[in-house]
Design a protein around this ligand. Sequence first.
Ligand code: FES
Length: 276
Amino acid sequence: MWEYTDKVTDHFKNPRNVGAVENPDGDGLAGSLACGDALRLTFRLNEEKKIAEAKFQTFGCASAIASSSALTEMLIGKTVEEAEEITNADIIAYLGELPKQKVHCSVMGREALEAAIYNYRTGKKLDKHIDGEVICHCFGATDKEIEKITREQKLATAEDVTHACKAGGGCGQCIPEIEEIINRVIGEEQAEEEPKPKLTQLQKIKLIEETIDRQVRPILRRDNGDLELHDVDGDKVIVKFIGACVSCPVSAVTLKDVVETQLREAVSQNIIVEAV
Ligand code: FES
């Protein structure tokens, strides 16, 4: 029997904002019915660009319903940029606590929010399996998702990952690969803690070029896009998008979330990327 806080029980028994917003500005789905948990989140903005209405439809357990209800309450009155800052840890904090084995319910809320914001910004549905390779076929979890959750929640074992997002909780065949991801993340974090030797400007430019070739270009080329390095001025890296990236409506997101993130990890936390 799970131990629930009074707030979880209240949101489960009296869920707020159940249903779907008519003509929503953002519409996102997370989870899958095959896994036993699915959540659709819809929201509508008012003239001040704040979330006026947020509703959910959840198929899942008490924690999934309580997490979804809490999330909608947290969203109302926020701008999309403020909503984007909400993490699954914030959902848990709002509810007081969730049993460790139910943390994945709050993660599903966060994923539905990401999908709804993506839909708001691009008009497209987020296909969460596009990004990365499916590692856990029982629960459709990709290597990128497992890596992200391992990093964000500082997970240390495959069991922790299963509690957080269900991956590994079915047939168990993916557990060795989940452990490999955990070990890689822990190794990278330890390496980050060691001070990196200072690079000369020439070494920095070479490392930027190598990182673009190895880690950025393959991601952009998947969608027929690409970029070229235009200039490097101190920590400012200027790139020029080419191919499909030129007209892509989310190129600004790609610039920060893909290009800048990869260069910060590989070269320096101070890197700022701009496009010409
Ligand atoms: S493949 Fe991951 S639990 Fe079955």
